[in-house]
Ligand binder design. Structure first.
Ligand code: SF4
Length: 463
């Protein structure tokens, strides 16, 4: 279903059926913004467009079709997208711009009004993009529908950061059934849905032929397989899938990107602890350590539940990386709430934190809260939690000195990533994409370094 739009279509270039020229699309370039789920969608789009006979362009300025696969998680993410649209239009005015992704789903009108934008396609219609751009338009060029009706699962493995081609990311779950009061994601990505297990096994099997480590990701990864009455069956759990992956593929290392705290079941934590093929890395979004704020955020756990899960993980995996997302400055967060949260964070064995400053997302309940925290206070709280995170990270890194850690050598020269998520400066160059044991000798800016030989002669270690 196409959402009816009150749009100024005169600002869009509408193609007239009959004179459409498919060859005019020529080369395409996809630019992804935001999270790993968006990157996975982008990789899938890349395959779909290539399957239609379009060629990838090496750079944006050489493309006839520029696809901007957007994020809308914060106001600055939106601004980033708008700036990019302007820049693409300026540097390559002949390029036809298609905007898709979460921002397109949330505010198609805003995007359609920008110069050079020819198509706006919400997540609801993302799977149709290759058809849309290679056939004459039929309903106009804004395609946004009811995201909650979306049942398709769009995903292809993606390589990690641009410079790091050693850790592909496989999205196996999309959407979210929660309604955290600050979050726009359920409204732009729809209900939770899962990649079928046989498909995941096949994809991981394929990836394992080229890569040592595969990162499993999702919007709400811990909900994988929970949709009732689907092909996954009523009782499938992430741990069940992981057992299959361990049994039926040769993947050397699996890593979970982020799992909501209450989905870190004893079963899942026990499996992580017992398998040397699962990275000892727990990332569980916290958001706040204040009971009152968690309730106002509509988060489904209380601080004591969260602490219980983290302590269970730490008890079984003493050297695991333990990370969380923390949000500061949520509307109505008083000094006392913030201090409660800070103390809670201090009490837990985190090894790193991702700290976010709350920003209003139109369309979410929190955005209309009458008690916003002043921006300056939000920034100050952000700094306080970042400093706490840095101190915790430093003490974790110090604790690793003298230990031997399993790590994946990266494409980035002289660097590796340990299973407990520490970047290591290698004592000497090694072939990328290998799992190696590294003895940690000291600290580096933001990471650690491999020990050199006792005489301080790294070349003695070369084989
Ligand atoms: S769990 Fe909450 S914060 Fe996370 S995607 Fe779902 S609604 Fe958003």
């Amino acid at each position: 279903m196409i959402r009816s739009q009150k749009l100024d279509y005169s600002r869009l270039r509408i193609l007239i059926p009959g004179i459409y020229n498919e060859s005019s699309l020529g080369k395409f370039f996809i630019q992804n913004f935001g999270c790993r789920a968006t990157q996975a969608d982008g990789a899938a789009l890349q395959s779909l467009l290539a399957a239609k006979g379009l060629d990838p362009a090496g750079r944006r300025t050489a493309a006839d079709l520029v696809v901007l696969n957007t994020c809308t998680v914060t106001a600055s993410a939106d601004e980033d997208v708008r700036q990019t649209i302007r820049r693409v239009h300026r540097e390559n005015p002949a390029a036809r711009i298609l905007v898709t992704g979460c921002y397109a789903q949330r505010a198609p009108e805003e995007l359609a009004a920008l110069p050079g934008v020819e198509w706006v396609v919400g997540n609801s219609h993302k799977t149709e993009i290759a058809d849309l751009v290679t056939s004459a338009p039929y309903h106009g060029n804004v395609h946004v529908g009811d995201i909650f009706a979306q049942r398709d699962f769009l995903s292809a493995p993606v390589e990690d950061a641009a410079a790091d081609r050693t850790r592909p990311n496989l999205k196996i779950q999309d959407g979210c059934n929660n309604r955290c009061s600050f979050c726009i994601i359920p409204f732009v990505r729809g209900r939770s849905r899962s990649a079928p297990p046989d498909q995941v096994v096949k994809q991981v099997r394929g990836l394992a032929q080229r890569y040592r480590e595969v990162v499993l990701s999702g919007i709400n990864l811990g909900r994988w397989g929970r949709e009732p009455g689907t092909r996954n069956g009523p009782s499938a759990r992430l741990a069940d899938l992981v057992r299959r992956l361990l049994a039926e593929t040769d993947v050397e290392r699996l890593r979970f990107s982020s799992v909501e705290p209450m989905d870190f079941s004893d079963d899942l934590v026990g499996l992580m602890a017992s398998s040397s093929r699962i990275a000892k890395h727990v990332h569980a979004p916290l958001q706040s350590g204040s009971d009152r704020i968690l309730r106002r955020m509509h988060r489904k756990y209380r601080p004591r539940h969260y602490a219980d899960r983290i302590q269970a993980a730490r008890a079984l995996m003493p050297d695991a990386a333990i990370g969380a997302d923390v949000m500061v400055g949520f509307p109505g967060e008083t000094e006392a709430d913030f201090e409660e949260s800070r103390q809670f964070i201090e009490s837990l064995p985190f090894t790193y934190l991702h700290v976010f400053t709350y920003s209003e997302r139109p369309g979410t309940p929190a955005a209309t809260d009458p008690n916003p925290v002043p921006l300056g206070v939000r920034k100050l709280r952000n700094r306080i939690v970042r400093e706490l995170a840095a101190a915790k990270n430093l003490s974790f890194r110090k604790r690793m000195i003298g230990q031997t850690l399993s790590a994946l050598t990266l494409h980035e020269r002289g660097a590796a990533l340990t299973e407990n998520y520490l970047k290591v400066a290698l004592a000497h160059d090694r072939e990328p994409n290998r799992i190696v044991d590294l003895k940690i000798g000291g600290l580096e800016e933001g990471g650690v370094r491999e020990v050199t030989s006792p005489a301080g002669l790294p070349w003695l270690l070369r084989s």
